[in-house]
Design a protein around this ligand. Structure first.
Ligand code: HEC
Ligand code: HEC
Ligand code: HEC
Ligand code: HEC
Ligand code: HEC
Length: 341
């Protein structure tokens, strides 16, 4: 059971060590120097390698399979977008079909990949560099995993989600770094990879060999609005009558600007009525990605004329419009409130 892969990796490791001995490298980061020279060559058989992880890390693999990371190349919305482009998406590949991101380093834009684009942003992209495995702990699997604290930090995600010069439409990083969540030490992982207590290894034949019991792990479902999971409660909505107006205070709770990305519209709809419940008017305001988004830096106060009203019903929602590859528009409620004078 301990398998082709492990043995294969083991022999590859032996080769690396042998190469090191030959050049007599004794300096600080021996493995770095070997891997740098390996960098221009792409990994063969990537899809097959990614397929093997599930044998021992079934939970994580199941979660990942349902995400847009797994579909970052095959996603119909993405495919529709690149069909229009002269380069057929080559310029998109650094993030939508990347090589191992640690080749460039955490927080840096990855290199594009030619092979096996259909496996998207996968286990190997985030956890391997050449023949080494990397993760948040220095666990005993794979002949020793290289622990890197960066896995617990936003840097990891900023490689692709925080490169405004490469793709401003898909940047959550800039607003995150300026926002209150970052100042309070909350990372992307703390909201998009919830903590869970479980074993790193789910294989019934393998896990007995490792004495580490359940430990603090992270769900790999990377929930987002496209799958409707985290939108409710993404902002706080407060409102009060003040003289002839309704004063509304909105606070994005996203850690980054809201909406988080291109296309989406966040809107506030207010329906005013008098004491008998008869409609006396309405108000509307919208926010979009970029300069017109709700900021991550704290509350925004708005005022709407409401002289004739005794009641106001407020709805805050996000719409993902119909788009090539997305047949239906998706309207999701963020918060709702009713106030009386
Ligand atoms: C987009 C990058 C990314 C992808 C893709 C990814 N991981 Fe992770 N993984 C992480 C991060 C970040 C952590 C650590 C989170 C923390 O501890 O805060 C992690 C943690 C882990 C851990 C340690 C235990 C845990 O849950 O914290 C294992 C094992 C793991 N990943 C396996 C996998 C496997 C197998 C796949 C493919 C199905 C995969 N990962 C895909 C980023 C990724
Ligand atoms: C033959 C079983 C097996 C396979 C297949 C396997 N792993 Fe592992 N993996 C382990 C074991 C065992 C550990 C260590 C568990 C422990 O120490 O608790 C581990 C730990 C890890 C960690 C550790 C996290 C950390 O921070 O220490 C990561 C990341 C990881 N594996 C990624 C992968 C990826 C990516 C693949 C597929 C390319 C993969 N594994 C395939 C057995 C396996
Ligand atoms: C190597 C590039 C890369 C890295 C690193 C990366 N992402 Fe992504 N992420 C993407 C791409 C590309 C998409 C969108 C794919 C699409 O919609 O076509 C995406 C989508 C997402 C989504 C929406 C997922 C869904 O299924 O709705 C979330 C949330 C997300 N990423 C969070 C994170 C977090 C948190 C991290 C860090 C732990 C991270 N990403 C690291 C490239 C990356
Ligand atoms: C710097 C990295 C990067 C580059 C380059 C990049 N993207 Fe993305 N893209 C992302 C990330 C990260 C996401 C997920 C977060 C988001 O939607 O902002 C994403 C999401 C998407 C989505 C899904 C949007 C949705 O509505 O859910 C589409 C479509 C897309 N990208 C198209 C493209 C196209 C086309 C290109 C090339 C012209 C491209 N991207 C280049 C990082 C990148
Ligand atoms: C305080 C919690 C929190 C933090 C921190 C946070 N997010 Fe989010 N994020 C959310 C919520 C809630 C949403 C849903 C609202 C929305 O989709 O606009 C969201 C939406 C997203 C989306 C859009 C998904 C979609 O399909 O529209 C992406 C991509 C994303 N976050 C990536 C990141 C990255 C990358 C970081 C770190 C730089 C990060 N987030 C930090 C809570 C958080």
């Amino acid at each position: 059971m301990m398998s082709g892969v492990m043995r294969l990796l083991l022999s590859a490791c032996v080769l690396v060590t042998a190469a090191l001995l030959l050049v007599g490298a004794s300096s600080a980061s021996p493995e770095g120097s070997v891997l740098e020279s390996a960098q221009p060559t792409e990994r063969e058989g990537l899809a097959r390698l990614v397929g093997t992880c599930t044998k021992c890390h079934e939970d994580v693999c199941k979660e990942w399979e349902g995400t847009l990371h797994a579909q970052s190349w095959t996603d119909p919305v993405f495919q529709a977008a690149i069909a229009e482009l002269a380069d057929k998406g080559e310029s998109c590949a650094p993030c939508h079909a990347p090589q191992e991101l640690m080749l460039q380093g955490m927080g840096k834009l990855p290199l594009p990949r030619k092979n096996d684009r259909e496996v998207g942003v996968n286990c190997v992209t985030c956890h391997m560099k050449g023949n080494r495995y990397l993760g948040p702990y220095d666990s005993t699997g794979h002949g020793g995993v290289d622990a890197d604290d960066g896995y617990r930090k936003a840097d990891m995600c900023l490689s692709c989600h925080g490169q405004p010069q490469a793709r401003a439409e898909h940047d959550q990083g800039t607003s995150y770094l300026a926002g209150t969540a970052a100042k309070e030490g909350r990372t992307c992982q703390s909201c998009h990879m919830p903590a869970v207590q479980r074993k790193l290894v789910t294989s019934p034949t393998i896990k007995e060999k490792y004495t580490i019991g359940e430990q603090a792990c992270r769900v790999h479902a990377f929930s987002g609005a496209r799958r409707g999971v985290v939108v409710r409660g993404a902002a706080e909505l407060k409102a009060n009558f003040k003289g002839d107006n309704v004063e509304v205070v909105l606070t994005a709770l996203t850690g980054h600007a809201l909406p988080a990305t291109e296309g989406r519209t966040v809107r506030l709809r207010i329906a005013f009525s008098d004491a008998t419940g008869t409609s006396v008017g309405q108000a509307y305001q919208a926010w979009r990605h970029g300069n017109e988004a709700l900021p991550a830096t704290g509350p925004v106060t708005l005022s709407f004329p409401a002289a004739n009203a005794a009641k106001a019903h407020l709805i805050l929602e996000q719409e993902l419009p119909k788009a090539p590859g997305r047949v239906e528009a998706l309207v999701q409620s963020i918060a709702e409130l009713e106030i009386t004078r």
